[in-house]
Design a protein around this ligand. Structure first.
Ligand code: 13P
Length: 350
């Protein structure tokens, strides 16, 4: 019965040419993005911005699911409807980020452990009753500095979380984000990602997680943001495709990409080239936050009441990513509406 619910959700999330919007920035993370663009960091503005995105007419033609943060999940969109209810009525599956962010760990300076296992079983029951049908838990891995001990701790928590999510009838997205930040080379990123994914799937098997009802959310293989040698999209897509094929079980429910601090056009181009390496044995799509939202947020910061224009920019970016899912996107497709941003905004570090 639970397995049927989970399978049904996966089927609806991975319909061809649709992505999953990550709109699950914590209050602290989105406030940092607001601050950088001079937007007042208020609950009303967070609501207004998310409403602008989610109530875009015909969003379901582009997006099959949206991941929310707890604050948004409980907010009223108007007419007494929560975001989850609104999504349900508009053929979009509501999801929830359930981890409680990153914390320092004693004796491992600079490393981060993802918090939130305590009380998770109860929270899942509540989220299911509020309409959540998939969820997300993110851990971070620094290519040069994460130790095997902290990686293992985070991966085990991902397995525990995934098991509890499935028990509640909620599809878990497991997200071990190998960070773009840093000076690492492509080779170092490849090695780290391969290590992380191999151990992750080992832990999932060990804790008897049903792999067909799991979604992997991964970064692409990238040389570090501060690396002096930049890889091009052919190398990025080739290496990413190779890592997926060599580490991800064919029976997994699906794979989605995060954008990780790439610009919107980089994330779209790399996705398109990764799709050209297919077909894959499992469904693949994107689940971007910044690469979809940054141009939209800039428009919102300039005039938060011009919803029509802000949505035009959002839809333009969605159009580009639909082309990418078909492996057909090139930079020549850009209309100029959503391809330029002044800054990639702050990552989800809180
Ligand atoms: P980005 O696309 O901005 O990396 O965000 C995706 C996400 O969900 C990070 O947890």
């Amino acid at each position: 019965m639970k397995s049927e619910i989970l399978q049904n959700t996966i089927k609806q999330l991975f319909v061809s040419d649709k992505g999953i919007l990550a709109a699950d920035e914590s209050v602290a993370s989105i406030n940092k993005r607001f601050e950088a663009l001079g937007i007042d960091q208020s609950v009303e503005n967070r609501l207004a911005f998310r409403k602008t995105l989610i109530a875009t007419p015909d969003l379901h033609n582009y997006i099959s699911g949206v991941i929310f943060h707890d604050e948004t999940f409980r907010q009223d969109m108007g007419d007494g409807k929560t975001f989850a209810k609104f999504c349900e009525e508009n053929h979009i599956i509501p999801g929830i980020k359930v981890d409680e962010g990153l914390a320092d760990f004693p004796n491992f300076p600079g490393e981060k452990v993802t918090m939130g296992i305590d009380g998770l079983k109860k929270r899942f029951e509540e989220y299911f009753s509020l309409g959540a049908r998939f969820c997300k838990w993110r851990v971070v891995v620094d290519v040069k500095n994460s130790t095997d001990e902290i990686i293992e701790l985070n991966l085990r928590n991902l397995a525990i979380y995934a098991s509890l999510a499935q028990e509640a009838g909620i599809v878990p997205i497991i997200e071990p984000e190998v960070m773009y930040d840093g000076e690492h080379t492509m080779e170092e990123c490849r090695d780290k990602m391969s290590y992380v994914l191999t151990h992750l799937f080992g832990d999932l098997a060990l804790y008897r997680v049903d792999i067909k009802n799991v979604i992997l959310k991964t970064a692409m293989v990238l040389s570090g943001k501060k690396s002096t040698v930049k890889a091009d999209s052919d190398e990025i897509s080739g290496d990413t495709s190779h890592i997926l094929l060599s580490t991800v079980p064919e029976t997994i429910g699906g794979v989605v990409f995060l954008s990780g601090g790439q610009t919107p056009t980089e994330a779209t181009l790399n996705l398109s080239k990764i799709m050209q390496h297919g077909p894959y044995k499992f469904p693949i799509t994107y689940s971007y936050s910044r690469a979809l939202q940054d141009p939209v947020l800039e428009a919102f910061s300039k005039n938060s009441t011009d919803t029509e224009n802000t949505r035009k920019i959002f839809v333009d970016r969605l159009d580009m990513n639909t082309l990418a899912l078909q492996g057909k996107y090139t930079l020549e497709n850009e209309t100029g509406l959503s391809s330029h941003i002044n800054n990639v905004t702050h990552s989800q570090d809180l």
